[in-house]
Design a protein around this ligand. Structure first.
Ligand code: SAM
Length: 415
């Protein structure tokens, strides 16, 4: 039947197009696993924050505190200009979010699979022991000396006579791990070692691990070697990131000097920027940041966060704690003369597209590379980069001060 076709497509792809709305449900684990060949992303590691009873309890407490505080401050304060603007933005998108959520609630076959997620997580794979802080490692004086070893196909070394495998050192090259483009150019996952930790690099992926001060090294020598798709998730300053101290943040003015214009392909690029719900930030992006980067705003996508039972992670109308985040999309126009041909082959970017998923680790965004692909100029030979990345994506370059963070082997299972 038609519906079960849809479900089996979801089980394959991790993406379910919801009926009657401009929305898709995403299972990040299934999406990510499409590109790994010898490993699998461990669902229990990906969803550890959602299903770990300790963390789940914390979230619940936070939101009930909010409610209590709200109840106490009953005296309605008049909204100031900025709050009114934020509220208006929220009211405009609210019907789309509600409709998307209603479609999810109606997609019972999907919810049945998703709500079983917890039962199907399997044994927790995350091993005890502290994870390696790449940011701290990059700050010590020895940083330029640290090397990462790539182990290409260790099994291929097994001897045909059944003897012990011989280790061929030529297949375990080592590269400087900081301020250097490290590439897995093979179509297989590669295991890599750095000090005492192991990392899994997806096929045809690269990373450049450095501080912002070195980002100019990404600027290509030739403009036809630039990027057609650029995803950026900056460490915006905000109360929550500072409080939880998961990563350090930067003042807005630092992002004005990101070389977005300089890394774009000469045929143009699609730029996707994650922003928080602070109204002040939205104004900054629209009036200063996009103009400074040469980006023309086109559309906004929304990431609506749900629990495994399909309910929203918090009330839709909490003023200081929304269950959604925004992805602002813009274009850097290319220098092509044949613009008619270009626009006729590309689907127009829809506005207010909604992506629903169960959140993973703190601030980890759902994998949307595939969704964005179809809207980027010059798709066939498109080059893609993620800035401030904490993970790697097949076919992409990841830049940031910890692009290997979620590649640590504790997040994977061997197939
Ligand atoms: N998109 C990521 C994800 O889904 O997991 C989250 C990115 S997080 C919002 C911002 C990242 O920027 C963090 O990994 C943080 O360590 C990094 N960062 C902060 N300051 C930086 C700097 N000066 N240079 C490079 N990266 C920096």
């Amino acid at each position: 039947s038609k519906t079960s076709d849809k479900l089996s497509e979801f089980l394959e792809s991790g993406v379910y197009r919801l009926e009657d709305s401009n929305a898709v449900f995403i299972d990040p684990v299934r999406v990510l696993n499409r590109s790994y060949t010898r490993f699998r992303v461990s669902p229990s590691a990906y969803y550890s924050r959602s299903f770990d009873s300790k963390h789940a309890g914390q979230e619940a407490r936070v939101s009930s505190n909010f409610r209590k505080r709200k109840r106490k401050e009953k005296k309605p304060q008049p909204l100031n200009d900025r709050e009114r603007a934020a509220d208006q933005r929220h009211q405009e998108v609210r019907p789309f979010l509600l409709k998307a959520h209603e479609s999810l609630v109606r997609a019972t076959e999907l919810l049945e699979v998703v709500s079983n997620l917890k039962g199907n997580l399997g044994p927790s794979t995350s091993s005890p022991g502290a994870e390696q802080s790449l940011v701290e490692l990059g700050r010590v004086w020895q940083a330029p000396l640290y090397e990462i070893t790539l182990n290409f196909h260790p099994n291929d070394n097994a001897r045909e006579d059944g003897g012990a495998p011989t280790i061929q050192y030529c297949e375990q090259p080592a590269f400087p791990v900081f301020n250097n483009l490290v590439v897995n150019e093979t179509s297989e996952d590669v295991e890599a070692e750095l000090l005492n930790s192991r990392y899994i690099l997806p096929p045809e992926s690269s990373f450049y691990m450095s501080d912002l001060g070195q980002i100019h090294n990404l600027i290509p020598a030739e403009s036809d070697c630039g990027f057609n798709l650029i995803v950026i998730d900056p460490p915006w300053e905000n109360g929550s990131a500072r409080q939880k101290q998961r990563y350090s943040t930067l003042p807005n003015r630092y992002f004005l000097s990101l070389p977005v214009k300089q890394i774009c392909h000469k045929d143009g690029a699609l730029v996707a920027l994650w922003v928080t719900n602070r109204e002040k930030l939205r104004g900054f992006v629209e009036k200063e940041l996009f103009p400074a980067w040469g980006v023309k705003y086109v559309a906004t996508f929304f990431w609506l966060k749900v629990k495994a039972d399909g309910s929203l992670i918090c009330d839709l109308d909490l003023f200081h704690h929304r269950p959604y985040e925004c992805l602002l999309l813009g274009l850097v126009h290319g220098k092509v003369t044949d613009s008619k041909q270009l626009s006729s082959t590309k689907p127009k970017l829809p506005d207010n597209q909604i992506m629903l998923s169960i959140p993973g680790d703190y601030s980890r965004k759902p994998p949307i590379a595939g969704l964005l692909h179809e809207y980027a100029p010059r798709l066939q030979r498109g080059r893609c980069i993620e800035l401030f990345a904490r993970e790697m994506t097949a076919g992409w370059i990841s830049w940031g001060n910890e692009p290997l963070h979620f590649q640590e082997s504790r997040n994977f299972m061997k197939t």
